[in-house]
Design a protein around this ligand. Structure first.
Ligand code: HEM
Length: 454
């Protein structure tokens, strides 16, 4: 983190913020001198005994009066005095709120959940820098918001869906036509999936151009990129679930891609559950969509969000030195409240899209029928799709796959390659690289749109 003002120093190593000098300790009329340490990142946990300030010049007492009293009450000294482990029942009370004047309900909660108090304190210490690019900090939260919507609506759809070749399509029609508000839940799930992918892309490119991936946030970038791949996996596996014609043939094209790579046939059969797309494929896609991917996302997302809390939010390179940081706002509750406004706007947009632009169910898949014209994947795979189409020469498909794989690896490793950024120096080469990647994706996507329409 270097010189950044990060208020989330790793727990345990966090310096303790000294108590501000009490009003009576300072000379009347004189402005309070701000001790340099008052800006120390982590605030001390409020102690009921902290009201009394030490006399000026005198060293502070080592332990607050309450702890002292507790030690005196506890002839053994408990865990506090000797640093020797004692079972919980033999220890002095660790709840700092015990005995303070709080409501009975609050006291009841504190007695049982005092263990989460330090965690909440920790969250409250996170601060978000304010500058002209702060707007981009909202997109990670928005991605998370649409992911939560996916879990809720996905669970509701699960109540009625059945992942078999015979029933899948009929169940979708049933959900759409018969189940009360089933149409809304299905449309919200479909639209929220698209918005989540869009937000994840915006989030990724904004963190790229702000170089938020630089030391010590490399793993935030890596875990984030894994999350993007998993999110795309959700889109790919979910596409087949309605078992309609479009999804069936698009999945056939999509799952065929690895075939040209050495050992690719194995992967194709693994995905399909056989040589062709069939009911087996549907079962596999379903299992991945509702069990494997959610599990993996939960795991990686927990790491990603934990890192966000521990390392705090980054500032663009050079902003501090140039005095472009307007200030810092508390993550909890200020930034979170602003996040919530973003979520409400996102929710309004989601409902608007779901009601005004419903996704069609199409016609049931017929594996024996010829593939209809204009088969294409979901928009977030259009760039890859177009490249495969462009590389139709001998060995071209393999070359396209190699390009994407190598590109993906380089993209993942950017934080480790961009050593200038990790030294807090501008790295224009990487900015140009990012612009080229973004331009390539946008142009290729637009070309598919021109050929096929929406
Ligand atoms: C399911 C997908 C994702 C979710 C839910 C998610 C969530 C979040 C959240 C809530 C934050 C904190 C707020 C913010 O700075 O926006 C964050 C920060 C961050 N994310 Fe993600 N993220 C996802 C995907 C990604 C991707 C694809 C990348 C890049 C490859 C990425 C890289 C980062 C980085 C570098 C930060 C730190 C930003 C900073 O400190 O300024 N994330 N993420």
């Amino acid at each position: 983190m270097g010189e950044e003002k990060n208020t989330n120093a790793v727990a345990g190593k966090a310096p303790v913020k000294p108590k501000p000098p009490a009003a009576k300790a300072s000379a009347p009329g004189k402005p309070q001198p701000v001790a340099p340490a008052a800006k120390a990142p982590v605030q001390a946990k409020p102690k009921p005994s902290a009201a009394k300030a030490p006399a000026p010049g005198k060293p502070k007492p080592a332990a607050p009066a309450k702890t002292k009293a507790r030690l005196a009450d506890d002839p053994e000294g408990g865990i506090l005095r000797k640093g020797v482990y004692k079972p919980k029942e033999e220890r002095a009370d660790a709840n700092p709120f015990k005995g303070s004047r709080i409501s009975a309900v609050n006291a009841w909660m504190q007695d049982r959940f005092s263990v989460v108090t330090p965690i909440l304190d920790y969250l409250k210490k996170k601060e978000v820098p304010q500058h002209r690019l702060s707007f981009w900090y909202y997109f990670g939260g928005l991605t998370l918001f649409f992911f939560i919507i996916q879990i809720i609506t996905g669970l509701l759809l699960l109540l009625y869906y059945r992942p078999t070749e015979a029933e899948a399509f009929a169940r979708f029609v049933y959900i759409q036509m018969e189940v009360p508000y089933g149409w809304l839940i299905r449309q919200v799930h479909a639209w929220s999936a698209n918005l989540m992918v869009l937000m994840a892309f915006i989030h990724m490119f904004s963190t790229f151009f702000m170089k938020s991936y630089r030391k010590p946030r490399e793993l935030m970038w890596v875990s984030g990129f894994v999350l993007l791949l998993l999110t795309l996996g959700f889109g790919f596996t979910g596409y087949l679930l309605p078992w309609n014609e479009l999804a069936f043939f698009a999945t056939q094209v999509g799952t065929e891609v690895p075939k040209v790579a050495p050992g690719g046939n194995f992967l194709v059969e693994l995905l399909r559950g056989g040589p062709e797309v069939s009911g087996e494929t549907l079962t596999r896609m379903f299992a991945m969509h509702v069990v494997l991917l959610p599990g993996l996302v939960m795991l990686v997302l927990s790491a990603h969000l934990m890192l966000v809390q521990v390392l705090g939010t980054s500032t663009p390179i050079g902003y501090k030195e140039a005095g472009l940081i307007k200030g810092y706002e508390k993550f909890f509750p200020t930034f979170l409240a602003k996040d919530a406004i973003g979520w409400m706007i996102g929710f309004a947009l989601l409902i608007y899209l779901a009601v005004m632009f419903p996704w069609e169910i199409g016609v049931k898949a017929d594996p024996l029928a010829a593939a209809p014209q204009g088969i294409k994947p979901e928009w977030y795979f259009w760039a890859q799709f177009q490249l495969l189409k462009d590389f139709k020469f001998e060995g071209g498909e393999l070359l396209a796959i190699v390009l994407f794989t190598v590109g993906g690896i380089v993209w993942t490793l950017v934080p480790f390659i961009d050593t200038r950024a990790s030294r807090e120096e501008r790295s224009p080469l990487f900015t140009i690289f990012g612009i080229l990647v973004l331009a390539f994706m946008l142009i290729e996507t637009y070309r598919v749109y021109l050929d096929y329409g929406w």
